[in-house]
Design a protein. Structure first.
Length: 231
């Protein structure tokens, strides 16, 4: 596994669990507001961490950690992800996976082998706006397949969208809602500019919606999903 980061203790990366967080290197999307460019943009890749050392650390924390959140970058790009997860499952750790949904074949493999306990998938917006938002071309059918695999897997899950005001309108969330209809939980995330985004110069001038508009979007999503929260 190409691993670029480790948070040894987190109370926020895996809902309801005391967890470590592992961050893989490499992503096939280029969302300008991404806060982890050192894991996404090849020329900014950090030094890799040793997988064996991470597994050794996790073994030492058995009975103190509930699980591990695997994020990135995009973890499903790595062919050895199932084997990496299996080693942690063998320790008795629960696994949460963060994904952009671009590799449904890998998601299906993980579900078939019962390797994940929680999946969080980013939904950038309506599928017709994906290219505009992430500057990357992807077949909408791939995203639809990933969404349905997650919803029908029986695994705890959450879909989430970071909302940049210039990119998404409240009305767009009817299309988003139809895409994820029947999902357990949806998280609407305020856009927060900082100095470590992929495209800092552009996005430092972008803005987020206020609470009134975010609540309006939340009510739209509640017409399609079981639970919707605002972060």
């Amino acid at each position: 596994m190409k691993i670029g980061g480790l948070v040894k203790l987190s109370l926020v990366d895996y809902p309801g669990q005391v967890a470590a967080a592992v961050f893989t290197i490499g992503c096939n999307f280029r969302c300008g507001y991404c806060h982890n460019p050192e894991l996404v943009v090849p020329e900014q890749y950090t030094d890799e961490l040793d997988e064996a050392e991470i597994l050794k650390f996790l073994q030492s924390r058995v009975n103190k950690l509930d699980g591990v959140a695997i994020s990135g970058g995009e973890p499903t790009l790595h062919k050895d992800l199932p084997e990496f997860i299996q080693k942690m499952k063998d320790m008795g750790l629960k696994i949460k996976l963060d994904s952009n949904g671009s590799n449904p074949d890998m998601l299906e493999k993980l579900f078939d082998r019962k390797l994940v306990d929680f999946v969080a998938m980013d939904v950038k917006g309506p599928l017709e706006k994906y290219k505009e938002i992430m500057s990357w071309e992807i077949d909408p059918a791939i995203m639809r397949r990933s969404v349905r695999l997650i919803i029908e897997s029986g695994v705890k899950h959450e879909f989430r969208t970071t909302i940049v005001k210039s990119q998404l309108q409240p009305e767009d969330f009817h299309a988003v809602g139809k895409l994820v209809k029947g999902a357990e939980r949806y998280a609407l995330q305020h856009f927060r500019p900082n100095n470590c985004m992929v495209d800092t110069e552009k996005f430092k001038h972008e803005s987020a919606y206020g609470e009134k508009d975010m609540e309006r979007i939340r009510k739209i999503m509640l017409g399609y999903v079981k639970s919707c929260v605002i972060h």
